[in-house]
Design a protein around this ligand. Structure first.
Ligand code: ADP
Ligand code: MG
Length: 658
């Protein structure tokens, strides 16, 4: 005598009923659906389990299929005690050994016939082309060749049941468990389904049919009758004997490798996408928080970066890496002697330092400049021959001062474009013209570009004289207001420190101070960073609110789709598969929201770009990558609990709902 394939010993199943007694004394009561069942089912048998409604047939079948666990007794499958198996091992059994055929077909409505049949093979890690071919073959066998791409709602009951039989066979299905498989079918479909089951029996499949219909039971070779949870008869009828050798397919180890996991991920992603599309409005509303949060971050960082670049560009134009030396201890030093600290004698030593690119004194002043009847008050600075190079200011016409202009205290002047326009109008060329600077005639030799700072109104007009002219002809003084030095790029040492040292030694004391333009750049950068941080804080709140929305909707989805979860578990989904499915849905929601947020921010950035030209938005790939990363994190963070709830469902409980 061969060992039984399925072996029940004193198996019982009791349900705990929540007590409605308010005093709580009863706690909970138990109802027993199955009492100490002993049953052996051998490989290749076709067994019908009959009994009245409520006699425990479904309960028994669920135990046989490992959708549920007995509350007493032992159940062995191929000699293995199921009590020793964990949830994933039971899932593996459902996947590889059992095939379920339910009364209500229980196909996944969002998947086509073909995809429904493929589902258990996906969980088993069968390669896509192999499982597709196998599924096509099975569906054709059951006469559904032309219906591969149909959705369950487009199929008749009989067709759906045949799809579900094909699904039961995709991983081999050595034991087919059918619960009232023809209960919802018309006569013709009923006969057809029974014929298919009989044929499978002949091929060696073990078949257990639960039914209340004696006519269905008549196709079996053995009939087990249940009454009130007990076996009341177990008789062999003259049925067809299995002619094929009884086939017990040892459960194939599922492909556990990375490729299989990746493939499950791909299928999950496709299903998540469809789940999202089937609830578009809900998805959009759920995403809104994420969209706003991400868009806010991208916009603020983008605009902040744009503003920063603009400011930095401005500063570069005003002199990249320039050092300004001022007299006195600091800006607030009013000491008269201190103001005279810098003079002509400082220039030669500073000019010969290896890091000095160009150097120019600055002697500040102002004057009235007149041409004919037009008089304009200007900021008038006395500067050296290298001033325009040192300050990074560009000439738009004419030339800068020459060394000889400086030496001769020449009466030449350089004006900026604003002043040129005011004095000469747009038509006249100022070069070579003579203007009166506080009554002193000077010849215009150059026009400098107007330097407009960010957001500043049009600046006051400016003009420059050779510093010698300014000092000796106009002001009668011998000290500078500043010395501007442009540094050569790529200097290893920190030149400002060295300059400080040299000048201190020269003067015998430190009666000056040094300002480096880089400091301004750093300050602007720091300000932009602070701003970004601040708005990011606000965005994080938006994201959290969005995340809570996602979590809420995922909890709803899990409870709406409890039955689907049960079906997936019956098809052999591991807990991790279920968890992954819902996590991916949450992440997909967040990712789509994030991408919509990026797109939205981009549109707003374009509009801002059209409206003004001061700042352009900077779209860094980092911001977009960050947005996607954040979305994934939010999806996982807030999707975790709903997904875990789904994965922890007991298959039979999930199936019973919905
Ligand atoms: P059948 O399939 O033969 O109609 P079932 O196996 O569904 O019978 O049910 C057997 C008994 O167990 C019934 O009395 C039913 O009320 C009870 N039962 C089934 N499922 C549950 C459950 N989840 N909780 C409590 N009682 C249950
Ligand atoms: Mg039932």
């Amino acid at each position: 005598m061969t060992q039984a394939l399925l072996e029940l010993r004193a198996v019982s199943r009791a349900y705990r009923m929540a007590s409605d007694r308010a005093d709580g004394a009863g706690g909970s009561a138990w109802t027993t659906a199955l009492h100490a069942i002993d049953l052996d089912i051998r490989a290749g048998e076709m067994v019908a389990i009959i009994g009245h409604s409520g006699s425990g047939k479904t309960t028994l079948l669920n135990l046989l299929g490992c959708l549920d666990r007995p509350t007493g007794g032992t159940y062995r499958i191929g000699g293995r005690d199921t009590r020793l198996l964990d949830a994933d091992a039971l899932a593996a059994l459902r996947r590889d050994t059992f095939g379920f055929v339910f009364q209500r077909y229980d196909l996944l409505p969002a998947l086509t016939a073909l995809e429904n049949v493929e589902m258990p093979a996906v969980y088993a890690g069968v390669k896509a082309d192999v499982r597709r071919e196998r599924a096509c073959h099975l569906l054709r066998r059951f006469g559904l060749g032309p219906r591969l791409g149909h959705f369950p709602s487009q199929l008749s009951g009989g067709q759906q049941q045949r799809v579900s039989i094909a699904r039961a066979l995709i991983n081999g299905g050595s034991v087919i468990l059918a619960d009232e498989p023809t209960g919802a079918l018309d006569r013709a479909s009923h006969e057809e389904v029974l014929a298919h089951l009989r044929a499978l029996h002949r091929e060696g499949h073990t078949i257990v049919i639960v039914t209340h219909d004696p006519a269905v039971a008549a196709v079996a070779e053995r009939v087990v009758e249940l009454r009130d949870g007990r076996v009341v008869s177990d008789r062999r009828v003259t049925g067809e004997r299995a002619t094929g050798s009884a086939r017990v397919e040892a459960s194939r180890p599922a492909r556990g490798d990375a490729a299989a996991a990746l493939q499950r991920l791909r299928v999950s992603l496709a299903m998540a996408w469809r789940a999202m599309l089937s609830h578009r409005l809900r998805a959009v509303l759920t995403m809104l928080g994420i969209v706003m949060g991400i868009a806010a971050v991208i916009l603020v960082t983008g605009l902040g970066e744009g503003a920063k670049r603009r400011v930095v560009d401005d500063l570069r134009a005003f002199g990249a890496h320039t050092v300004d030396v001022y007299p006195g201890k600091d800006w607030n030093d009013d000491d008269a002697a201190g103001r005279r600290a810098l003079g002509e004698s400082d220039l030669p030593l500073l000019a010969i330092q290896p890091y000095t690119d160009s150097i120019s004194p600055v002697v500040a002043g102002s004057a009235a400049v007149r041409v004919g009847s037009r008089t304009v008050r200007v900021t008038l600075s006395g500067v050296g021959a290298q001033y325009f190079r040192a300050s990074g200011a560009a000439m738009s016409a004419g030339t800068a001062f020459s060394a000889s202009d400086v030496f001769r205290q020449a009466q030449v002047i350089i004006i900026d474009a604003t002043l040129a326009r005011r004095l000469f109008g747009p038509e006249r060329d100022p070069i070579g013209e003579t203007v009166l600077v506080d009554q002193v005639p000077c010849r215009v030799i150059g026009v400098a570009r107007t330097r407009k700072a960010l957001f500043a109104p049009e600046p006051a007009p400016e003009a420059w004289l050779p510093y010698t002219t300014q000092m000796y002809r106009f002001q009668a003084r011998d000290y500078f207001d500043a010395i501007k030095i442009r540094l050569k790029p790529g200097q290893g040492a920190w030149p400002p420190r060295d300059l400080e040292r040299i000048l201190t030694r020269l003067h015998g004391r430190k009666d000056f101070f040094v300002m480096v333009s880089d400091h301004f750049v750093k300050k602007v950068e720091a300000t932009a960073r602070t701003l970004t941080l601040l708005v990011s804080g606000v965005a994080v709140i938006a994201l959290v609110v969005g995340g809570v929305g996602v979590m809420n909707i995922m909890l709803v989805a899990v409870s709406e789709r409890t039955r689907e979860i049960g079906i997936r578990m019956a098809l052999g989904a591991r807990r991790s598969d279920i968890q992954q499915q819902f996590l991916i849905e949450a992440v997909l929601l967040c990712m789509t929201g994030a991408l919509a947020g990026v797109a939205f921010a981009w549109c707003v950035g374009m509009v801002i770009g059209w409206m003004q030209s001061e700042i352009s938005m900077v779209f860094s790939p980092w911001a977009i990558a960050g947005a996607c990363g954040t979305a994934i994190a939010v999806g996982i963070g807030f999707g975790y609990v709903p997904a875990r709830n789904a994965a922890r469902l007991v298959p039979v409980v999930a199936l019973a709902r919905g």
